[in-house]
Design a protein around this ligand. Structure first.
Ligand code: SF4
Ligand code: SF4
Length: 313
């Protein structure tokens, strides 16, 4: 996901930092990280879970080490200065969270932008991780990476939250690239309050250049989630001279307006933070450029256009 910068990093004795026991058949999620308090990942104060793995390879990705899923090549193991990585058997890279200081040297050598220092966490452990925070939270947002790659376990997590007397008030959101087919969304919908979908470009050619994929499935998902009443918002990353041209904005507004002109639209400013070298060819997006896009989309008929994570000094 091309998420804006978030708050303070996680501190404290998280369950995620300790060894966990996984019962046979238990639903598990591959967790790249958590933020326990965020104001930019949906309404209110939210617990945010970052899942590992994405089927897009977006040039502008702010979390590129969540894209790959480790294939156990072993290249990162000797690089770790604290002995947190090992090869206990061929094809398996083991990660011990205890000595890891999150220096991230391992991810700098990975040829596929994977992170070996992720956790495979049972859903019931995540529920207990969230429980003591629940009275301060409005909800839980799952992002990544692309969270719907792990749709089955994601549905299990949301179902567990909804069924729990102490946690049922938490709203459940996903921040998605929109490529999951409608048939695979259906099991999620009863326990999902809404999806925030990135439509990175209305033109399929531009979408292909920005993500490595066309936008046919994304548009289908936006239509499907809107008709199901589960489309929380559509997001556009504003990259000056790339996604904010007159032609592109006209096509973007035409598509969204045809689905629902009142759907909340969230504009995000492109930032260099966290991106790879190839994204640095673009300048960071100014607040004025975001304002221009907001005015343009509003003039084109979208009635609920706003922005998030735009710093105005
Ligand atoms: S982030 Fe990677 S290299 Fe650094 S201590 Fe942890 S496992 Fe080792
Ligand atoms: S994280 Fe990357 S470098 Fe390390 S074992 Fe997995 S694929 Fe290889």
């Amino acid at each position: 996901m091309t998420a804006p910068a978030r708050g303070a990093p996680v501190r404290g004795p998280l369950l995620l930092h300790h060894p966990v026991t996984i019962a046979p058949g238990a639903p598990v999620l591959e967790v790249a990280g958590v933020v326990r308090s965020s104001a930019v990942d949906g309404p209110g104060n939210r617990y945010v879970l970052f899942l590992q793995g994405c089927n897009f390879d977006c040039t502008a990705c702010h979390n590129p080490t969540t894209i790959g899923r480790c294939d156990a090549c072993g290249a990162c193991v000797p690089v770790c200065p604290h002995g947190a990585l090992s090869l206990p058997e061929p094809g398996v890279v083991a990660y011990d969270p205890a000595p890891c200081d999150r220096c991230k040297l391992c991810v700098t050598v990975c040829p596929i932008d994977a992170d070996p220092a992720i956790r495979v966490v049972p859903v019931d452990v995540l529920v207990e991780e969230i429980r003591p925070l629940a009275r301060f939270l409005s909800g839980v947002t799952v992002t990544g990476g692309e969270p719907t790659i792990q749709a089955g376990a994601l549905a299990a997590l949301f179902a567990a939250l909804k069924a729990d007397a102490g946690l049922g008030h938490l709203t459940t959101l996903v921040d998605t690239n929109g490529t999951l087919p409608p048939a695979r969304w259906k099991p999620l919908l009863p326990v999902l309050d809404g999806a925030m979908v990135d439509l990175k470009a209305a033109s399929s050619d531009l979408h292909q250049r920005l993500t490595g994929h066309d936008n046919v499935a994304v548009k289908e998902t936006i239509r499907f989630l809107s008709s199901a009443g589960k489309l929380a918002e559509v997001r556009l990353l504003v990259v000056e001279g790339v996604t904010d041209t007159d032609e592109e904005l006209a096509a973007w507004a035409e598509f969204v307006a045809a689905v629902d002109p009142g759907i909340p639209v969230r504009l995000m400013a492109f930032r260099h933070t966290g991106t790879r070298e190839r994204a640095r060819i673009w300048p960071e997006t100014s607040p004025e450029a975001v304002d221009r896009v907001q005015e343009r989309l509003t003039a084109l008929g979208l009635t609920a256009v706003g922005s998030i994570g735009v710093s105005r000094r």
